[in-house]
Design a protein around this ligand. Structure first.
Ligand code: PLP
Length: 402
């Protein structure tokens, strides 16, 4: 195994997939003008009302922002949730906790410490996460001192963890479960019955279900169900469930660093207290602009339409090739390159052959006990460039890997 592909199993803060990608491609010249489909950074236009809203509230940069957010921010987030997930409109407002986050990434990290604190009775805490996974889950679990338990999320289980396969001894010591839907990297969506089962497990074993729903607004057919709406429908409030929401993907604002978490009001209250001493507050002008962004759906619909056009192009260009399927949600392609020597080999071949930069699936997954890696046969392509560039990239991939 090359140093670039060695999974730093013992290190709680391993290199990010992108640092590993830099190492993998170091010293290799791209074979054509570079097209970067490696990082999932949206390149569609920002909402045009963002800057005016930021400027309107610029005086707020002279103040420390409140960790709990402004009332206007919390109300805008609650109103958006109620529109998107109608059962939440029925819920008394004090049963829905909301906290702003400076991007969901920091929230996904800090949240495990509060999840650990609510189950101090457990000696050998476990945190469940899918494999492959968004890298922050593993860094958070590692830093918290809990044992990360990686749940296989391959094609045989529809790219989501098999909830029925989690052992009773593991469930008994689980403090938190990261569930990503639509999932990064595979684009799988957890349906209502899957979410119901996950919530039921969380309540029975009293752990926190952390539903990472960053990609909830980018989908192919119907809006993916959300964990909070399912919890609300099940009755008994939102206990044991939180949802992570981001403006990065929904609104093409990865640089704004704006998101929020919502759900279990008791947990959110404790999380706010914990965050009060450690976490980055969201600047007041960013909160103000986020209110406007959350209130507008027109730019979100336009954004979704742009992705749909690119997936239509992928349907045409990749049909029957590289295990292509159109993801239910999110903006990634998860392509099977086993026949091309696996993910790292294919990424190097494409970089040297045609300048297209993709991410090897192995960098998004952890080795299994037997040394296999569920991402090894795959590459991830982020469909974030415009239509013409994306088409060029896909044609180059097909041509180079034929
Ligand atoms: C699954 C998932 N969760 C969370 C994030 C973090 O998003 P942000 O911090 O921009 O809100 C990302 C970013 O790529 C992601 O892919």
């Amino acid at each position: 195994m090359s140093p670039a592909s060695a999974a730093p199993a013992e290190n709680p803060a391993p290199q990010s997939p992108f640092q590993r990608l830099d190492v993998l491609l170091e010293g290799l010249e791209p074979g054509a003008e570079v097209i970067d489909l490696g990082v999932g950074e949206p390149r569609h236009p920002m909402p045009d009302f963002l800057m005016p809203a930021l400027i309107e509230a610029q005086a707020g940069f002279s103040k420390y922002p409140p960790i709990k957010g402004t009332k206007a921010f919390r109300e805008a987030a609650a109103a958006w949730l109620a529109r998107r997930y109608p059962p939440l409109a029925e819920l008394p407002r004090d049963e829905l906790g909301i906290l702003p986050l400076s991007g969901t990434r920091e929230g996904l990290f800090y949240v495990v410490f509060s999840a650990m604190a609510r189950r101090r009775d457990i000696e050998q805490a476990a945190i469940l996460l899918p494999n492959p996974f968004y890298h922050t889950y593993a860094s958070a679990a590692g830093a918290s001192g809990a044992e990360p338990v990686f749940l296989a999320a391959g094609p045989e289980t529809g790219f989501l963890p098999d909830l029925g396969a989690i052992g009773a001894d593991t469930l008994a010591r689980t403090v938190a479960f990261f569930l990503c839907s639509p999932s990064n990297p595979q684009g799988a969506v957890a349906d209502a019955s899957y979410l119901e089962q996950a919530i039921e497990l969380a309540r029975r074993h009293d752990f926190l279900l952390i539903a990472d729903e960053c990609y909830s607004e980018i989908y192919t057919r119907s809006p993916p169900p959300g964990a909070l709406e399912i919890a609300a429908r099940m009755g008994a409030g939102l206990g044991n469930v939180i949802s992570m929401q981001s403006l990065s993907k929904r609104s093409n604002l990865p640089g704004l660093r704006a998101g929020f978490c919502a759900g279990d009001p008791v947990f959110i209250g404790d999380f706010a207290t914990f965050r009060g001493t450690v976490a980055p507050q969201m600047p007041l002008p960013v909160q103000h602009a986020s209110v406007a962004v959350l209130a507008d759906e027109a730019h979100v619909e336009a954004n979704r339409a742009l992705y749909a056009k690119k997936f239509d192009a992928a349907d045409r260009i990749l049909d029957g090739k590289l295990g292509y399927y159109r993801p239910e949600g999110g903006f990634f392609l998860w392509l099977d390159v086993a026949a091309h020597g696996g993910g790292e080999r294919a990424v190097k071949t494409l970089w040297k052959g045609c300048g297209v930069k993709l991410l090897p699936g192995r960098f998004l997954a952890r080795d299994n006990a037997d040394g296999t890696n569920p991402g090894a046969d795959y590459v991830r392509a982020a469909m974030v460039q415009d239509l013409a560039i994306t088409e060029t990239a896909l044609l180059r991939i097909v041509e180079t890997l034929k």
